[in-house]
Design a protein around this ligand. Structure first.
Ligand code: HEM
Length: 241
């Protein structure tokens, strides 16, 4: 009896449990990604591991909605969407700080693809790098707005419809993150004038994750559409007797 109620409490997932689970996941996942590139220089190793885990947490947060619409057993995971998103964005902020401090040394020209020429002027050398970072910055700012507005307090402050509109546009954030990550996984290191490194080991897992989320969203959309259509049709069926 006592065991059953303890199990029920656990499945009820209070906010402390959800935060704890998200933190453990963030730390364990980052550790795993760090181990994947144990021989790399510290800056790239840490910024990538934290960026990768940020991506995974936002991806899991994106998957909970469609999963719970498709399989009712997953509804229990819906409350986790908030914590997964919040810790995903916290990781993205740390990933950005590492790049600002360890890569471009707070030189914002370099962040946007410029380098200092010996003639004393900044010249554009990496258009793609600059563009991918601009997309990353927009994603981060947008993610911070969503994370800050995802508390019950801001839900009350903004009102249900504004809050829902803001949170439902999270797929825009997801697309920005996908474009940013795809650039660094597939394009950034291809340069005609430099040696091409080994392809990033995460290219295939990334493609699988992004396609899975797209398929889940499509399947959930079709299910909702079918249910609504059936409901409208049954409402319109004339009563014959
Ligand atoms: C929500 C925001 C963001 C997410 C989820 C994110 C995620 C990622 C991911 C997954 C990677 C690929 C890591 C790998 O190659 O395994 C990456 C790379 C990178 N990101 Fe971000 N990022 C975000 C924001 C930013 C911002 C704001 C900046 C710049 C200020 C930035 C700069 C970079 C750079 C320079 C790389 C290449 C890292 C390297 O080669 O060592 N990111 N990011």
């Amino acid at each position: 009896m006592e065991k059953t109620s303890r199990f029920k409490n656990l499945m009820g997932f209070g906010w402390k449990t959800r935060h704890l689970v998200a933190i453990i996941l963030a730390v364990a996942g980052t550790y795993g990604f760090l181990e994947l590139r144990a021989q790399w220089s510290e800056m790239h190793r840490w910024n990538r591991a934290i960026g990768d885990m940020s991506f995974v947490m936002v991806a899991l947060s994106m998957a909970t909605g469609p999963l719970s619409r498709l399989i009712p057993a997953f509804r229990k995971l819906i409350p986790f969407r908030r914590e997964l998103g919040i810790y995903g964005i916290i990781l993205a902020a740390i990933h950005t700080m590492i790049i600002l401090i360890g890569w471009v040394n707070w030189d914002f020209w370099r962040l946007f693809g410029f380098e200092l020429h010996p003639a004393g002027v900044y010249v554009m050398v990496q258009q793609g790098f600059g563009m991918a970072n601009v997309i990353g910055i927009i994603a981060l700012v947008y993610g911070l707005v969503l994370a800050l507005s995802s508390s019950n307090w801001s839900q009350r402050l903004l009102g249900a419809s504004v809050w829902k509109f803001l949170q439902q546009s999270a797929y825009v954030l997801w697309m920005l993150i996908v474009i940013h990550t795809a650039y660094f996984l597939y394009f950034h290191f291809l340069d005609y004038h430099k040696n091409t490194p080994e392809p990033n080991a995460l290219q295939i897992p990334f493609a699988i994750m992004v396609s899975t989320i797209m398929l889940l969203q499509l399947a959930a959309f079709l299910k909702t559409w079918k249910l609504r259509r059936n409901r409208v049709m049954s409402d319109q069926t004339p009563i014959t007797d």
